[in-house]
Design a protein around this ligand. Structure first.
Ligand code: CA
Length: 233
């Protein structure tokens, strides 16, 4: 099935280049110039990926990103952010708000197409399977490292790439307290622009996703001044 990409970009030259690169790879591209229009598109159509510019004539792509993450149907939608050269703050904010990847302008169309395909592959791995019915024998957590997906009580969690890495790291050291620094290193690698607050933000969204499966239980505990712990007992 053809993957559908929503492209929000107000610079016509960049939009043309991006659309061309993605369509050449067999993807269907819908182009919006305005945040307002992109919102309507997202309500009307189910997209597989969003390519998001930050500075737009009628607002910020970051506001749209926040709303996308907060709405259940699009919470796990892969998002690739296009940040303007020199706008580090946009990139940091974008990642905190849950963008899965970013490219700084100017970028090569080939690079963009490769990143988009990588994101789609990853999403296909986590969404393409129907979740097994929850039974009493289902393991509490199952981490499928090859497919980069985790299920809780047999139900697949819709995780972003960072959330997956965070939860996977917490699971491997379940019962132990992990400092924010250790979690940053595990989920963000050497991306030095991420901060403790980035971890806190992602822990928050992780907790929300775990609660969707099991509302009555808090799996991740906060240890003030020390970090976070995943409790599976
Ligand atoms: Ca722009």
């Amino acid at each position: 099935m053809t993957a559908r990409v929503l492209l929000l970009e107000d610079d016509p030259a960049i939009a043309r280049t991006v659309a061309y690169a993605l369509e050449r790879d067999g993807l269907a591209v819908t182009h919006s110039l305005l945040v307002h229009d992109a919102r309507q598109q997202l309500q009307r159509t189910r997209f597989d990926l969003l390519v998001l510019d930050v500075g737009l004539p009628d607002g910020s792509g970051l506001d749209l990103l926040r709303d996308v993450r907060n709405a259940a149907p699009t919470a796990a939608l892969p998002v690739l952010m296009l940040s303007a050269h020199g706008e580090e703050i946009d990139r940091v904010l974008g990642l905190e708000l849950g963008a899965d990847d970013y490219l700084t302008k100017p970028f090569s169309p080939r690079e963009l197409a490769a990143r988009v395909k990588a994101l789609l592959r990853r999403a296909g791995n986590s969404n393409g399977h129907t979740s097994a019915p929850a039974t009493t024998t289902a393991p509490l957590f199952h981490d499928d490292e090859a497919g980069q997906r985790i299920s809780l009580r047999g139900q697949a969690l819709a995780l972003t790439r960072r959330e997956y890495r965070l939860l996977s790291h917490l699971l491997r050291g379940a019962g132990r307290i992990h400092s924010r620094d250790a979690l940053l290193a595990a989920a963000w690698g050497d991306d030095s622009e991420s901060t403790d607050r980035t971890v806190d933000t992602h822990i928050k969204t992780l907790r929300a996703k775990l609660r969707e499966v099991e509302p009555a239980r808090e799996y991740i505990s906060t240890h003030r001044g020390m970090g976070y712990c995943l409790d599976v007992e």
